[in-house]
Design a protein around this ligand. Structure first.
Ligand SMILES: C[C@@H](O)C(=O)SC[C@H](NC(=O)CC[C@H](N)C(=O)O)C(=O)NCC(=O)O
Ligand code: NI
Length: 137
């Protein structure tokens, strides 16, 4: 088996695609429309399945916001340098809600970014990723 995607409901699909491509550096992998059930999908990621898990964004036509509740935590992205990633996010107009630094009580360097709908994204510094050329623009 393989972990394929995480689905988030968003209030403005184009706004979210813009954020996840231009701020986070993902690729728009594919889109689909379901006019019968009045929703649109966009799949984004750094690589398509099966190479990496994908993010599925769901837009229900006419629904511009959701009750975010208190259960959702975050999705996590590995970056070679969390400090540089935060600067790149800010430069691209993104919202860093927790600057890069060691996790409380530990040594792993993390940061948090908020997407346009308020979903949190954790940036986790992974030195092993430096050679992979991954990471935020
Ligand atoms: C493409 C695949 O990864 C899907 O997740 S589509 C599944 C489908 N999604 C929706 O209907 C989205 C709109 C819906 N109003 C929502 O907000 O979730 C789905 O969940 N279908 C349910 C079913 O029983 O088929
Ligand atoms: Ni799905």
């Amino acid at each position: 088996m393989q972990f394929l995607h995480t689905m988030l409901r968003v209030g403005d699909l184009e706004r979210s695609i813009e954020f996840y491509t231009n701020v986070i550096g993902m690729k728009l992998l594919r889109r689909s429309e379901n006019p019968e059930y009045k929703y649109s999908l966009a799949f984004l990621g750094f690589e398509a399945n099966p190479h990496q898990a994908e993010l599925e964004l769901t837009y229900n036509h006419g629904v511009t916001e959701y009750d975010m509740g208190n259960a959702y935590g975050h999705i996590a992205i590995g970056v070679p340098d969390a400090y540089a990633a935060c600067e790149a996010v800010k430069k691209a107009g993104g919202n860093v809600t927790r600057e890069a630094g060691p996790v409380k009580g530990g040594t792993t360097v993390i940061a948090f970014v908020q997407d346009p709908d308020g979903y949190k994204i954790e940036l986790i510094e992974r030195k092993d990723m430096a050679s992979a050329g991954t990471g935020l623009r």
